[in-house]
Design a protein around this ligand. Structure first.
Ligand code: SF4
Ligand code: SF4
Length: 431
């Protein structure tokens, strides 16, 4: 592993402001739930076409304890069990459910379940059964993330509200709207991990989230840190320094980083038995009529999410799922929302730096920007030449796909896409 430098850029490119808070999007008439919801998931359907399903019912399960089940986001009738095309054009097994029948959960406010007497193993099984997947970055089942981390005691737990990439603001909104719920979720996770070392890092610009945690933490000892609004602010390197882990013996201490959306899903699973069937998404970009945050059912199409925000003002030049630096280009606007999708951004022509890719001018901007001290320009050349083993030796797997190199490149070279291609080739076609 190469040394990690400060790297990063500040300030970031401007983004269109989004409305504060969030509302519940209209329940879609059709939900398409892909089996592919996290790295390595292998599921099989438990339902058949024509079958009626209840809201929150398990519809697909895996034989492996490493994978999580998926649940019906809406009550209804199974229309198909087959394939769907995901946002990047790849396919996945999927179940399509047409809305029908009654809601078990919508508008209901069940009594919270007492959880403090449950063992860590029992809590982890509740979380697995609820299908909770960490996101937006990690894309691993939450019970695996927390179980693996329990091997080093006592770990440090970190709530990450320092996602500063443009449009990745849904997590900060979750905290701002329900600080008390997030604090209780952190208590649950701390009990699983067997630690009382709880921290929260909040980037500048998320003042409402900062105030919400400060007001809600009460007797819970949460060390609250305010981070500068630069990108990236929440790399593991930065967060370890924030909590005082600075090498040497500290390297043996595990830092368990959780996002507010993951904490919320864990809290809802443990307290209310609610499976992960919805999530809060930031919807923005100059082509969107009403940029805002909304809570949507998983399986809702990206097109319907945009429609919920008033539709499009103009034909977008590009739609991105995720932030504008590291997000994925949407190639299928009818693709469904998945558990780790936290933003949908529809950019106008003026917002997309137009023009064709041009040759590298050797300015070195990408090298200076890279926070993990690798040479993106060199990697680009090696991958284009098919010299993947040399790219591996040059550190292609150290790349965190933060997107800074492509962002600063005056020649508009899609450096991150190239690096992803290189990783995929070295991994035998699997990214
Ligand atoms: S995307 Fe990878 S190569 Fe580019 S700046 Fe980030 S870590 Fe460095
Ligand atoms: S920023 Fe772009 S043009 Fe400059 S050295 Fe890197 S790849 Fe070449």
């Amino acid at each position: 592993m190469r040394a990690i430098s400060a790297g990063g850029v500040a300030p970031l490119p401007t983004q269109q402001p989004l409305e504060q808070g969030f509302w519940n999007a209209a329940v879609p008439s059709l939900c398409v739930v892909p089996f592919q919801q996290h790295t390595g998931s292998r599921l099989h359907s438990l339902v058949k076409p024509g079958e009626l399903v209840r809201e929150g019912m398990v519809v697909a399960e895996s034989d492996s304890r490493l994978a999580v089940p998926i649940h019906a986001p809406i009550p209804g009738r199974v229309a198909t069990v087959g394939q769907t095309t995901l946002l990047d054009g790849t396919t996945s097994g999927a179940i399509a459910i047409e809305l029908d029948g009654e809601f078990d959960r919508l508008g209901k406010n069940p009594e919270p379940r007492p959880w403090r007497d449950l063992s860590p193993e029992a809590l982890l099984e509740v979380i697995r059964s609820a299908g909770v997947v960490c996101g937006p970055r990690a894309s691993v089942p939450a019970h695996m993330h927390l179980r693996r981390s329990r091997q080093s005691h006592p770990p440090v737990l970190m709530l990450d509200v320092a996602e500063t990439e443009p449009y990745m603001s849904a997590d900060a909104e979750i905290v701002a709207e329900d600080g008390a719920g997030i604090v209780e979720g952190l208590e649950i996770i701390a009990a699983i991990l067997g630690t009382d070392r709880i921290h929260a890092a909040v980037a500048g610009g998320f003042s409402r989230a900062h105030r919400a945690i400060r007001a809600a933490r009460g007797d819970v000892a949460i060390a609250l840190h305010r981070l500068p609004h630069r990108y990236p602010a929440n790399s593991e390197y930065h967060l370890r320094r924030v909590v005082g882990l600075r090498g040497g013996a500290d390297d043996a201490v595990d830092l368990v980083v959780v996002s507010p959306s993951t904490v919320e899903a864990i809290r809802d699973a443990v307290l209310y038995g609610k499976p992960q069937i919805d999530r809060v998404i930031a919807v923005g970009g100059g082509a969107v009529q009403r940029p805002a945050h909304i809570r949507v059912r998983l399986g809702t199409s990206i097109a319907e999410v945009l429609q919920e925000c008033g539709g499009l003002l103009e034909e977008p030049a590009r739609i991105i799922a995720g932030g504008t630096l590291t997000g994925r280009l949407v190639q299928n606007i009818n693709a469904p929302v998945t558990k780790t999708m936290s933003a949908i951004v529809a950019l106008t022509e003026a917002e997309v730096r137009g023009g064709e890719e041009e040759p590298c001018i050797g300015c070195g901007g990408c090298v200076r920007a890279c926070p993990v001290s690798i040479n993106p320009s060199l990697l680009n050349d090696l991958i284009l030449d098919g010299r993947h083993r040399e790219a591996e030796a040059a550190g292609v797997f150290d790349c965190t796909e933060c997107g800074l190199c492509a962002h600063v490149c005056p020649s508009r070279i899609p450096l991150v896409d190239r690096i992803r291609d290189g990783k995929r080739s070295l991994s035998g076609g699997h990214s």
